[in-house]
Write a protein that binds this ligand. Sequence first.
Ligand SMILES: [Zn+2]
Ligand SMILES: [Zn+2]
Length: 154
Amino acid sequence: MTRWRHITAERRAGLTNLAIAAAVAILIWFSAWLWRDPPQSPGHQRDLTETTVDWECTNGHQYQARGAYGIGRCPVCDAEAYLYIRYRCPEHGEIGALLWREKDPKGGSTIAGIRFEGRQWVLAPSRIVCPQCGRTLRTVRPDLYHADTKGKGG
Ligand SMILES: [Zn+2]
Ligand SMILES: [Zn+2]
């Protein structure tokens, strides 16, 4: 009887050690996962400020100029100017939009505000969706800001 109890206690201690070891292993794995290097994007991503893009001011002047973060100024009338982008909805075709981008702390940039033709401003959109059907939109020129293959001889 005492011997049996003794074995049970030993076994229980063994199981506890195993559980601690497993917990430590998980902790190490988790911290390694936490501190892993961020995934590297292939190729050089052209920054917005390195690219010539379309702009449009609130008075409707369209022009091309270097990209910039934040809200720009129209060279014609000095009104606020925004990046002019064309999106394509699989159902509703091409839709033009004004938007501005802000740098984010991670070194990338996010769309801080967007206004589709004839619509209201949407601030900090989580996704760019068609204002009519809600489908996710793609830019007509997807390489506009982040061209990693263009730039050589073109
Ligand atoms: Zn203007
Ligand atoms: Zn649509």
